[in-house]
Design a binder for this molecule. Structure first.
Ligand SMILES: [Fe+2]
Length: 383
């Protein structure tokens, strides 16, 4: 019997064109002044404009901050916090991919608690109440909309800081699958692989529990079934909806059981080589499944049995090896390179990367112990 403590903190509103209810939902939370945090690509796609129109229709004043970059930095957060200080909003909206949602959390930490981003690195560092926030994800990936962590990179060292606090949970996640149709094919693939990794890493995490398992299973079912569909048929709204819900449920799984070695290995690849998160994840995940499967193969088999081979590829009989092949196949389908050597990584740097991966907090949740030596051998296998 595994004890747990779970309180749902995020109301989930789902459906096509639900973006048009942003104003009404912000009004329900009592807001009359809203800061919308987004990035230039999302603004160009017209999504921010639609959100702003809905807010205006509800009689809510709004200011747009579109200074978010991919892998948002402390610099992005500081500029956004300065805007918030001038504008004095009553509510924040994170409208975009994981970067916009995480940046909104970061801005909220500093706006309400003062100091700098580094002060919130870790868990539960916010001492004052935070402003209510609404998430409007436009990718199906990070699951930031349903978890209380913001990943913010130090603008100088590029080290990713995981800043988590239950108060930083979005009050509402507004899931409109129509917004995810505009994702470029590469973004669809990279964010989709990341979401799949979230489902699989949380399912075998050391601190997994009945709540996290329920979310991991459903996330896996939705994501494994719909990944290939959104790659070959990007306008398929049902497939997009499946990916969006899968990513959201995977976020809830992270909230309840954290991640594992794949994310520990991926972060230094992003920091050192600028390899996009989803790609770094796609490179490492099959190898981590094989590594973990050697001791926890029955867990992966249980997952495959539970989902009944519904995706048509990985079934329980093929076990963790089949699962690792399936995941590697998904990355191939999306046209992603399969080896570190194809991404500009030099073999001589693997020990340094392993030393950095060993310092990642997320590694401590991996079911099999991973120290520097194990992480190095995982990098070597993927080279
Ligand atoms: Fe991730």
């Amino acid at each position: 019997m595994i004890p747990f403590d779970y309180q749902p903190r995020t109301r989930i509103v789902f459906g096509p064109d639900k973006i048009d209810s942003l104003g009404a939902l912000a009004g329900e939370l009592g807001a009359r002044r809203v800061l919308v945090v987004s990035d230039p690509g999302i603004v160009r796609a017209g999504h921010a404009e639609r959100g702003l129109a809905s807010l205006a229709k509800a009689g809510i004043e709004a200011q747009l901050f579109d200074g978010v970059e991919e892998n948002p930095t402390t610099a992005n957060v500081e500029v956004g916090a300065a805007v918030a200080k001038r504008y004095n909003p009553e509510l924040l909206v994170g409208l975009g991919g994981g970067s916009s949602m995480d940046c909104a959390k970061g801005i909220n930490f500093i706006h309400t608690g003062g100091g700098r981003m580094h002060d919130y690195w870790g868990v539960g560092k916010a001492v004052r109440p935070m402003l209510p926030m609404i998430a409007v994800p436009t990718t199906a990936g990070t699951g930031s909309e349903t978890q209380s962590f913001a990943l913010i990179s130090d603008a100088k060292t590029h080290v990713k800081m995981a800043c988590g606090d239950k108060k930083a949970s979005f009050r509402i996640a507004l899931l409109d699958p129509a917004l995810t149709v505009s994702q470029p094919p590469l973004v669809t693939a990279l964010t989709g692989i990341d979401a799949i990794a979230h489902a699989l890493e949380t399912y075998v995490s050391k601190v997994r529990n009945p709540v996290s398992l329920a979310f991991s299973r459903e996330a896996w079912l939705l994501l494994s079934e719909n990944f290939a569909r959104v790659i070959v048929d990007p306008d398929n709204l049902d497939a997009r909806a499946g990916m969006q819900l899968g990513a959201c449920f995977a976020g809830l799984a992270i909230e309840n059981s954290m991640l594992g070695a794949t994310h520990a290995l991926a972060n230094p690849l992003t920091t050192r080589y600028g390899i996009v998160h989803g790609q770094a994840i796609g490179l490492m995940l099959p190898h981590v499944i094989r590594f973990n499967g050697a001791e926890f193969g029955n867990w992966y088999r249980d997952l495959l049995e539970g989902t009944g081979g519904a995706n048509g590829y990985a079934d329980a009989e093929s076990g963790f090896e089949g699962l690792a092949d399936f995941v590697a196949g998904l990355a191939r389908t999306a046209g992603l390179p399969g080896r570190l050597s194809l991404c500009g990584v030099e073999r001589a740097n693997l020990p340094q990367l392993a030393a950095e991966a060993a310092k990642q907090w997320t590694a401590t949740f991996n079911p099999r112990r991973v120290g520097e030596a194990e992480l190095l051998s995982l990098y070597e296998t993927a080279f």
